[in-house]
Structures are given as C-alpha cells and as structure tokens.
Write a protein that binds this ligand. Structure first.
Ligand code: GH3
Ligand code: MG
Ligand code: MG
Ligand code: MG
Length: 327
C-alpha cells in the first residue's frame, strides 16, 4: 500500500476542468452490420476531427469496445446479428465502457425501440436518414460531456491522492495511517497472524538542517522515503509519521522478521552517503528504529498501543546511542 509519488503535472489538473479544451482527435466506435448504412454514416462524419473504427460483428464489437478506450460509441439500432438493445445494455454494464456515451442511429418512426434504448442508458440518438449537421452537433455534445466527466474523475482522483499523501515524500500521510492501521490491526487479530510496526527516526536531523540548510534536509527526507518505498512489500504501509519520522506497518510479519527488515534498512542507510555539491561533499546519515508486533499483545490491545510500544523501543534506541534497532 504505497502512495504514488505526487507529481507537479498531476497537481495541475486540480481546478482546471475545461471540457472545451482541445482534446485532439476523438475516437469513435461505430457498430453497424449494415455495410451500406455504415458507409453513408462515415461519409457524414468525414468532416469532423474523428478517428473512426467500424465493426460489423456485434459480438466482436463488444470485445473491442472494452479494449478500445473510445470516446463515443455509435450503435445502429437496426443491426440484425444481435439484439441491439442487448448490445447497448452490455456496453453500459461493462466496467470499461460504463461511462462511454452511446449515440443510437434509429430508423425514423421506430419509436418503441428508441424509447427502450434510451431507457437502457443510450445517451442520445439521430434518425435515419441522417442529417449531417444534426449528427455533428449530437456527436459534439456527447464528446464534450465525456471530456467533462473524464476531467472531473481525474481531478477527483488527484484530490483523493493529495488528501492521503505527504507532499514532500509522496508517502502516505498520518491521516491515511490512522484510517487504515486499526483495520490492519483487526485483521491481524481475526486471522491470528502478527502485524509488526516499525518507527524510523533520522538521527540528529536538526544538525543536518543546521549544517547544510533546510533544502538539503528536504532532499535527505525524499531520498530516504524513496529508499523505504523500494524496500517494503506491496502489502506494507509506509507513511511519513512526523517531520523526520517514518512508520511502516507490516501485515503477516512477526517481530523476528521485522527486525531483519529494520536491520537491513539501518545498514543500507548507514553504509551509503548522500552526495552534496555535485558530488564534491558527502553527508552521512543514520537512523534509529523501534519495532513492536501484535505477538506480544493481549486481546484488549489497540493499534495505538502497538505504536506506543514501537515508540518506546525507538526511545531506547536513541538512548542507547542511535544508529540501532530495538525491539
Ligand atoms: P534525534 O537523533 O534525537 O532524533 O535528533 P533530531 O535532531 O533528529 O531530532 P529533533 O526532533 O530534535 O529534530 C528534528 C528536526 O527535523 C527538527 C525539524 O526542524 C526538522 N524537520 C522536520 N520536518 C522537516 C522537513 O520537512 N524538512 C526539513 N528540512 N526538516 C524538517
Ligand atoms: Mg524525531
Ligand atoms: Mg527527536
Ligand atoms: Mg531525529
């Protein structure tokens, strides 16, 4: 459970929803088993900035629609190889095409079929014979709506990510930890498998800031966070717990294994150097680590108490001379 590293590019999306922005060539998928009608329809669309894919076989089309990442699907409601209403409802029900707009082409006067199609979730329609300008207007409306939904979703995704992510390091923040650790703790209790927690604190970090400046301090934190990210497993939760303190929660991990992981992290940090001034200077960093696990817990224990025990072990590591692991 590691947060993706937040990038400046992602953050730019927030508050910047503009469905009229030039989205380039729109990808349109036409499902029509009538070659003549399909050809006429494609001629009507030839002026637009579209990349059109045509599929004759509705079964094949369903598969392609899910893979194709289309902006709009046009369905001829007069197809014969499959019930067109079933085709539309399948498109609606697939996760990949759930939000892809569907524009139906319906024979003039075929009101019953049209009403059912709209009921199923078809977004709009044009009647055959198709008026070129009307078709173009209806396509534009659906594409604009699709762009809006896409932008809304991605900006929501970024906001969600920002709310649980530490800006400097890209690791999860303390708020995220709070909301997940008790669930991890409960799971450990019910499965009877241990949960280990380690708290890592950079030694004499204030002195690093004082000697080299706050910006170098920030880079040390980023560097260390990256190292942590790559040394924990996918199921571990690594977070920035405080200024220069990090916490890793490790499911299915006993105290002995957590000690091995902690010792590896400690040694890696201690044996590598942080390059400064284009490599001319070197900065050595060490960390102290405290570990606790649910093996030692009694039933009434809580996630909070587990953290407290790891914190006490960390305190011991600091008192014992730093650059060490205490469990
Ligand atoms: P100890 O070995 O006992 O842990 O000593 P320490 O100096 O690391 O501990 P202390 O808690 O006294 O100082 C932590 C410092 O971390 C103080 C604070 O200015 C710095 N710090 C906290 N957050 C940040 C940050 O985001 N960037 C930088 N550059 N420094 C930070
Ligand atoms: Mg500290
Ligand atoms: Mg301290
Ligand atoms: Mg410290």
């Amino acid at each position: 459970l590691r947060a993706r590293h937040a990038t400046g590019k992602d953050l730019g999306v927030v508050g910047n929803i503009d469905p009229d922005s030039d989205a380039g060539e729109a990808r349109i998928f036409l499902i029509d088993d009538n070659e003549d009608q399909a050809a006429r329809l494609m001629t009507s669309m030839s002026d637009g900035n579209y990349q059109i894919t045509h599929e004759v076989d509705p079964e094949v089309a369903l598969g392609r629609a899910r893979l194709g990442d289309f902006d709009l699907i046009i369905v001829n409601l007069s197809i014969e190889a499959m019930d067109p209403l079933r085709l539309c409802s399948s498109i609606r029900s697939f996760e990949e095409t759930r939000l892809t707009p569907i524009l139906a082409v319906v024979r003039m006067g075929d009101t019953r079929k049209l009403v059912r199609a709209l009921d199923i979730g078809v977004n709009d329609y044009v009647s055959r014979p198709v008026d070129k300008n009307e078709l173009s207007a209806r396509i534009s409306t659906q594409l604009r709506r699709k762009r809006y939904v896409d932008q809304l979703r991605s900006s929501f995704q970024v906001s969600l990510e920002m709310a649980v992510t530490d800006q400097l390091t890209g690791l999860y923040n303390r708020r995220y930890l709070a909301s997940h650790l008790s669930a991890m703790f409960d799971r450990a209790f019910w499965t009877g498998r241990p949960l280990a927690v380690m708290i890592i604190d950079i030694d004499h970090f204030k002195a690093i800031n004082d000697a080299h400046g706050h910006d170098i301090g920030d880079r040390v934190l980023q560097d260390f966070a990256e190292r942590l990210s790559s040394s924990v497993r996918g199921i571990d939760l690594a977070c920035r717990y405080g200024g220069e303190e990090f916490l890793i929660a490790m499911p299915d991990t006993d105290l002995a294994f957590a000690s091995v992981v902690a010792e590896r992290i400690r040694q890696e940090v201690a044996s590598s150097v942080f390059k400064l001034n284009g490599g001319r200077d070197e900065l050595s960093v060490t960390v102290s680590i405290g570990i606790a696990s649910t093996e030692e817990s009694s039933e009434e224990d809580t996630a909070q108490k587990l953290i407290k025990r790891a914190d006490e072990a960390l305190y011991e590591a600091k008192n014992g001379g730093r650059n060490r692991v205490i469990k």
